[in-house]
Design a protein around this ligand. Structure first.
Ligand SMILES: [Zn+2]
Length: 150
């Protein structure tokens, strides 16, 4: 079940993000209960795999000790997950993936690796939610980066 308020909070956090991280935020929820919320930490940690989705999944597991699969959970993210994060979502058997902007370069759900095309688990995937707004957040970030403002 899609909850627009959770997506709103993810988009709002990414819009308000002003640091050196690519502004991607993710929330993991069961129905309308948010288990975890996280932003990218790749730059701060100097670990390029510390993506919002990965961190949100880890935090969700901390909230649910003994849980093996998140097959009742949804992830909300403002950008199409990359192939690494999509693989993690496959491994945890996430139920729903709701994302904003498409990512033709690094996305791994609809683009490139298309992780779920070859997966036994087939989450419900909805992409392009508030697509223009979400794309703008990412393109403005890279514009500021190119201009040396970050
Ligand atoms: Zn990722």
């Amino acid at each position: 079940m899609y909850n627009p308020d959770i997506m709103k909070s993810v988009i709002k956090a990414s819009e308000e993000s002003c640091g050196e991280e690519i502004p991607v935020f993710a929330a993991v929820a069961v129905e309308s209960t948010v288990l975890s919320f996280s932003g990218n930490e790749s730059e701060a940690s100097r670990k390029p795999w510390r993506h919002a989705e990965f961190l949100a999944i880890e935090k969700a597991y901390e909230k649910l000790p003994g849980t093996r699969y998140l097959d009742e959970a949804s992830i909300y993210v403002n950008l199409e997950p990359c192939s690494f994060c999509a693989s993690i979502l496959e491994r945890v058997r996430i139920k729903n993936i709701f994302f904003g902007a498409y990512d033709s370069k690094c996305g791994g759900v609809i683009h490139n690796a298309r992780i779920f095309d070859y997966s036994l688990t087939k989450p419900h995937i909805v992409g392009g939610i508030q697509e223009e707004r979400c794309s703008l957040i990412i393109s403005e970030f890279f514009e500021r980066l190119r201009n040396g403002e970050i």
